[in-house]
Design a protein around this ligand. Structure first.
Ligand SMILES: Cc1cc2nc3c(=O)[nH]c(=O)nc-3n(C[C@H](O)[C@H](O)[C@H](O)COP(=O)(O)OP(=O)(O)OC[C@H]3O[C@@H](n4cnc5c(N)ncnc54)[C@H](O)[C@@H]3O)c2cc1C
Length: 461
């Protein structure tokens, strides 16, 4: 069957579903994208705060320079220029001391060496231990570390508890949404290899200059322009490899069905007999959720001088400045299990305490508005057990089964916008019968030094 003759239904218009549908439509496939909500973008979303009428994001979403498929996705939507790039990361300690990480003159993988040596929040002994472990990360094959946690890997590489708390944990928790004690070592190693060591542009942080909704809204026009159909407000109740049942609508038929739902929905909505015959669905039971908390705060005066900061050994992990002055800020707490039972007042108090402790200008500032957003089902928890259970795009019966997309599919990435975009492009390639290698955007090209010093890292890419 030619691509043009195919009819494909994609269920779920998060990043994975949009990426898949748009790629298929542009290849000439007759695509229908179904979404239960009235808006696009799934978990990367905005809402109107009923207290103020303001449009707020559920949480600050950051991309990195290494997210090549997410950036391609943004280019496909024509929104690449709505991302602003931060080239340096500030680590701020209690008392306000700031250490700035920006790439120096040395080539990757040593581009952060100067910043690291100058970092004030680590002792010389800590830096020596961290540097040795970083060298091991640059040389190791992460595929050999799927069965242990990152904390086990770090301990085996002479990292002490305070090294983990001060340096490794803030990076790992925000990138993987899980603590080193629980996260799969291979997943965390991936973050340091791809996100920091492989290329000097990999760690650049991209934040949206517009509410997330405006980032993904253009998908509607892009899909229509490519001949696809988008149906918002369409709740799918059952999926088989050739049929999609919706609430209050006739049964839809297709040559292939891509399920781009979150894993807990896929495990319910894919038809029971189809699930029973496909081992990918059994294994989904090993996946659990990890929550994220986003807190929007306004102060009566400017409190934050830099655009973004990681707070050293504070419960609040990251703070982003949301206006020019620094009166409005957004706090992010990943792996936020302990925060979920708290009231909004308690959350505001704790985050404000952290801000006051780290930013001298905030010492006597008063909060004028606060809104916290708890996302209990934010991402799957990438434990060693979950990583082993992540399903492939296709099951044993290939296109005779349901095609899967979503951040939980085995992409090699944690649950991120990059993972979602990759999974969407991979699902489109599977439907089109194209090889995966050509369908996925390659990683940033490693330079000569990375190829010479870290052959395992260069070979894995
Ligand atoms: C608070 C928070 C912060 C995050 N921060 C970051 C970050 O900084 N950087 C990063 O890269 N990632 C971040 N992530 C993760 C990122 O948002 C997700 O990995 C990504 O958006 C997942 O996309 P997806 O398409 O796989 O799934 P989803 O976005 O969940 O899309 C699935 C879609 O299916 C729809 N749907 C569900 N049920 C039905 C049904 N029955 N019928 C039809 N449609 C249905 C949903 O409404 C949704 O639109 C964060 C996530 C959260 C929640």
């Amino acid at each position: 069957m030619s691509a043009a003759a195919r009819r494909v239904i994609v269920v779920g218009a998060g990043i994975a579903g949009i990426a898949c549908a748009l790629r298929l439509a542009r290849a000439g496939v007759a695509v229908t994208l179904l979404e239960t909500r009235k808006k696009l973008g799934g978990r990367a979303t905005s809402f109107i705060d009923p207290r103020t009428g303001e449009v707020l994001d559920n949480c600050q979403h950051i991309a990195m320079g290494c997210c090549t498929n997410y950036l391609r996705f943004c280019r496909m939507l024509g929104v690449r220029d709505r991302l602003q790039w931060l080239r340096e990361i500030c680590w701020v300690e209690t008392g306000g001391r700031v250490s700035v990480f920006r790439p120096g003159l040395l080539p990757a993988p040593a581009h952060f060496a100067g910043a690291f040596i100058g970092a004030a929040f680590l002792t010389s002994a800590q830096k020596a231990r961290v540097a040795l472990a970083m060298g091991a990360i640059a040389r190791c094959d992460r595929a050999n570390h799927t069965r242990q946690t990152f904390a086990q890997w770090l301990t085996a590489h002479a990292q002490r508890d305070d090294d983990i708390r001060r340096f490794w944990e803030p990076v790992v928790v925000s990138a993987c949404n899980l603590t080193p004690a629980r996260v799969c070592a291979a997943t965390a190693l991936h973050v340091f290899q791809e996100g920091f060591l492989a290329h000097r542009d990999a760690a650049a942080i991209g934040v949206s200059a517009v509410p997330l909704l405006q980032l993904y809204d253009p998908a509607e026009a892009a899909l229509r322009a490519a001949g696809g159909v988008l149906r918002l407000g369409t709740s799918v109740t059952r999926i088989t490899p050739r049929e999609v049942e919706c609430a209050d609508a006739p049964l839809l038929h297709a040559d292939a069905v891509v399920c781009a739902l979150p894993f807990e929905r896929a495990a319910r909505i894919v038809d029971g007999a189809v699930r029973a015959a496909d081992p990918r669905f059994d294994r989904l039971a090993a996946l659990t959720h990890s929550p994220i908390l986003g807190v929007h705060l306004s102060f009566d005066r400017p409190v934050m001088p830099m655009p973004a900061a990681a707070l050293v050994e504070r419960p609040t992990q990251w703070i982003f400045r949301k206006d020019e002055e620094g009166r409005r800020v957004h706090a992010v707490i990943s792996a936020a299990d302990d925060w979920m039972p708290l009231t909004e007042d308690d959350i505001t108090r704790r985050v404000t305490d952290d801000i006051r402790a780290c930013f001298p200008a905030a010492a006597s500032a008063q909060v004028t508005a606060s809104r916290s957003v708890k996302e209990k089902l934010a991402t799957f928890a990438p434990t060693p057990e979950a990583e082993a259970a992540r399903p492939d795009t296709l099951g044993p019966n290939a296109l005779e089964g349901v095609v899967l997309a979503g951040d939980f599919v085995r992409t090699g990435w944690p649950a991120t916008m990059e993972g979602a975009a990759r999974s969407g492009f991979a699902a489109a390639a599977a439907v089109l019968g194209e090889p995966l290698a050509g369908a996925i955007e390659p990683p940033l090209k490693p330079g000569v030094t990375v190829r010479a010093l870290c052959p395992a890292l260069a070979a894995m890419r």
